[in-house]
Write a new protein. Structure first.
Length: 154
């Protein structure tokens, strides 16, 4: 496994994961939808918030049943916002539930060694990385930001 720098996505496709850039992950999601797959796209922060709300409402089991039905889950912007202990543990549980069963895409601009800053727990971070990098094909997509390139053209 190579060291991943920034702008990456982990695409879990039935025991395979590929690291990609966010717009590419979106394109993969659209293509999957067009082929009839159920796809969920949301930021990692939004998923954590939904999980916390479901827990507060004692609806985690119901949320899990819905979450498990998605053929592909795309979690965008992991690492832009750090999570508290509860959020980190819930996200871990839901990503782990898909491990080697369903496709999961994660976009992030963090190198793996910086994920501890998002999850604040070394053991949990290592366990999460172990699951999402197992059987992974990781592609680095480094380069100038698309938004910055568009802004400089104006």
């Amino acid at each position: 496994m190579s060291v991943v720098n920034k702008n990456k996505v982990l695409v879990r496709t039935r025991f395979k994961q590929i690291s990609l850039y966010s717009p590419f992950a979106t394109a993969i999601g659209i293509e999957a939808c067009e082929k009839g797959y159920n796809v969920s796209f949301k930021t990692a922060a939004k998923l954590v918030n939904e999980l916390k709300e479901a827990k507060d409402e004692r609806q985690l089991t119901k949320y899990a049943r819905i979450f498990e039905k998605y053929d592909m889950v795309i979690l965008d912007e992991l690492g832009y916002i750090s999570f508290d202990t509860e959020g980190s543990e819930l996200l871990f549980q839901y990503i782990a539930m898909r491990y080697e069963k369903k496709s999961t895409v994660i976009t992030t601009n963090l190198i793996f060694s910086d994920w501890i800053k998002t999850f604040h727990d070394t053991a949990l971070t290592m366990a999460l990385l172990d699951r999402i990098t197992h059987n992974a094909i990781i592609l680095n997509m480094n380069g100038e930001s698309y938004r910055r390139m568009q802004g400089s053209k104006k």
